[in-house]
Ligand binder design. Sequence first.
Ligand code: ADP
Ligand code: MG
Length: 249
Amino acid sequence: MGILEVKNVNKRFGGLQALGDVNLSVAENSVHAIIGPNGAGKSTLLNCLVGKLIPDTGSVMFDGQSVLGRKPYEINQMGISRVFQTPEIFGDLSVLENMMIPCFAKRDGAFHLSAIKNMMKDKEIIDTAEHMLEDMNMADKREMHAAAMSRGDKRRLEIGMCLSQEPRLLLLDEPTAGMARADTNNTIDLLKQISDERDITIAIIEHDMHVVFSLAQRITVLAQGTPLVEDTPDNIKGHPKVREAYLGE
Ligand code: ADP
Ligand code: MG
């Protein structure tokens, strides 16, 4: 049994079958990549895991408990944290202030913008957030405006914000999209380090094969909403159906 078990999930948008009988098992403490051409249903699948979408049929179990019917924040509290396709940070706030928000939410159960003034003076939260920035190798950027950072550093901050919630499953939707090669390589190193040092499972949707093959122990290929094959990176590389459907050969 994997920490995440998706069984026979179907999702339609009107006449379009975005997901058709998706089965997926993600082993605890592994890095599992989900790849596939544009429109294959990867983001839709992720949205079904975090409560942003509800599958029409099928089940999604996390650590033996169903996530279906729960709100996104409840699923988050179960231990699933998600990094979005476009960075979701507060550009007007400093790096430290950004990091303080999830630390505050974790301690107090919720965060409202109205709480921000009090939060800024909260020594305990500042300490926790500073610690997390050190873990992320970002302590030197603490006073910087988040908007002024490179794409790679924004991603690093965002991943750190997710980790501050101590998730057991980290979901990433194309974390290196639009990044320069150096930032992509930094992100690979960061995710490797997180996977090695923490008790965490990572499921990553990724277009960049260099990223996929650098990180994943298992790969699921989605095509037209249905898993085509699931295997190790070495076997996926040579798989004729994958080469045909995904690599366009
Ligand atoms: P991927 O992330 O693999 O590129 P998506 O999951 O975003 O693919 O999309 C799968 C299919 O579902 C696409 O054809 C897309 O246009 C469609 N789709 C995604 N979200 C919606 C939605 N909210 N309403 C209607 N169609 C959608
Ligand atoms: Mg997508």
